[in-house]
Design a protein around this ligand. Structure first.
Ligand SMILES: NC(=O)C1=CN([C@@H]2O[C@H](COP(=O)(O)OP(=O)(O)OC[C@H]3O[C@@H](n4cnc5c(N)ncnc54)[C@H](OP(=O)(O)O)[C@@H]3O)[C@@H](O)[C@H]2O)C=CC1
Ligand SMILES: CC(=O)N[C@@H](CCC(=O)OP(=O)(O)O)C(=O)O
Length: 339
């Protein structure tokens, strides 16, 4: 692909945390060009560096307010839109963009769950009905062919949990209900100020116990029921999950190793590591680091990702690379993060 064939893109929600990480990745990408960066309709137009001063002198993209009367102009100029919006806003906007022939990578949860009743229960609003099925883009397991109009980018916790569990799911005992205990940094809650994510209020605490919307998403992604407990920690970015599983009686260490190798030997953004990963080693990177230890018929997996990158922006771009038949790591390894 030559520079002239650069693919024009728009980022919606570019003033938010995952949106600005996408903006920065696209700004540095050799095959994508950022034509538009939108905030909500309440925004005044200003350079993105007015919100994120670390970008001053490095990226002077204009952040603009989004209004639906821009839709025809957008359809003329962009091929791809990335939506880093609240779930309801994505649910409303994605079908409009798709109708204009724009390919949509949606970072929200609006289109991830296959069962509309489960979606209604988890999100509290009805999933829009579409004429086509929406692929769930867990990047290492998806095979986008460049014809899908809309792709659902997985959630942050489900990315970590599913990448850890999926390769070995055929080794689990029939009655195993994986236990997923995960801690996230506060950027997972987005940029909008809220008391429970303010610096003075965050220490380390479980939330959404047995009721978080990512429980059904993880269950869907791994093909069995799970128990999921998220925790909020007092650090900026990253997710660390510890997962407990019951193996079938006859499973040997070599079967576990072979199963991970079969899935990830050719996947450069998943790293099998020899000691439990830290948040620090993945923060600001597009990697997912996985460690496991077998204890008799129990398996313990420790997995770490950056919630804003592998759990959001970098995974979306990895999928866009795949969509346009580019190597999966294009534009992801040398760039670094904004926050
Ligand atoms: N943070 C994370 O770790 C992850 C987030 N996600 C998902 O990505 C999406 C964005 O999350 P995050 O970046 O954290 O959110 P932020 O709260 O940081 O940003 C939200 C963005 O959406 C814009 N926005 C809000 N309402 C509207 C609307 N009605 N129309 C148009 N734009 C609107 C905001 O604009 P303005 O600034 O003008 O208000 C802002 O740019 C969510 O769906 C989230 O679930 C997915 C994986 C991980
Ligand atoms: C720490 C924190 O609040 N995390 C968010 C999850 C991150 C997110 O935005 O959700 P998606 O991955 O589904 O898009 C939460 O628990 O709601």
């Amino acid at each position: 692909m030559t520079k002239q064939e650069t693919i024009q893109c728009a980022v919606f929600g570019a003033s938010g945390y995952s949106g600005v990480e996408l903006l920065w990745l696209l700004h540095n990408h050799p095959n994508f060009s950022l034509a538009y960066a939108f905030g909500s309709s309440a925004r005044e137009a200003e350079p993105i560096s007015a919100l994120y001063p670390q970008l001053q002198g490095r990226c002077d993209v204009l952040l603009q307010a989004w209004h639906s009367d821009l839709l025809p102009q957008l359809a003329q100029q962009v091929r791809v839109a990335f939506l880093a919006l609240p779930h309801e806003a994505s649910a409303e906007l994605a079908p409009l963009l798709v109708a204009q022939g724009i390919v949509v990578f949606d970072l929200s949860g609006a289109f991830r769950l296959k069962n509309p009743a489960v979606h209604q229960e988890a999100y509290g609003f009805a999933q829009p009905k579409l004429s086509q099925t929406v692929p769930y883009g867990l990047a290492e397991f998806s095979q986008l062919n460049g014809h899908e109009p809309l792709i659902a980018v997985p959630g942050c916790y489900p990315t970590a949990a599913a990448l850890a569990i999926r390769p070995i799911r055929q080794l689990l005992s029939d009655n195993c209900v994986p236990i997923v205990n995960a801690v996230s940094g506060v950027s997972g809650a987005g940029r909008k100020a809220q008391p429970h994510t303010s610096f003075c209020e965050v220490s380390l605490q479980a939330y959404g116990v047995a009721s978080h919307r990512h429980q059904p998403e993880i269950a869907q992604a791994v093909g069995r029921d799970v128990l999921f407990v998220p925790h909020l920690g007092n650090f900026m970015r990253g997710i660390l999950a510890t997962i407990y599983l019951q193996l079938k009686d006859e499973v040997r260490a070599s079967a576990i190793e072979d199963s991970y190798a079969a899935c990830y030997a050719d996947q450069p953004l998943v790293r099998m590591v020899q000691k439990p990963p830290s948040i620090q080693q993945v923060a600001g990177t597009p990697f997912c680091d996985i460690y496991y230890k077998q204890h008799q018929q129990q398996l313990i997996i420790c997995v770490a990702i950056d919630n804003l990158l592998k759990g959001a922006a970098a995974q979306a771009l990895q999928l866009a690379n795949q969509y346009f038949s580019l190597p999966s790591t294009t534009g992801l390894l040398q760039v670094g993060a904004v926050l």
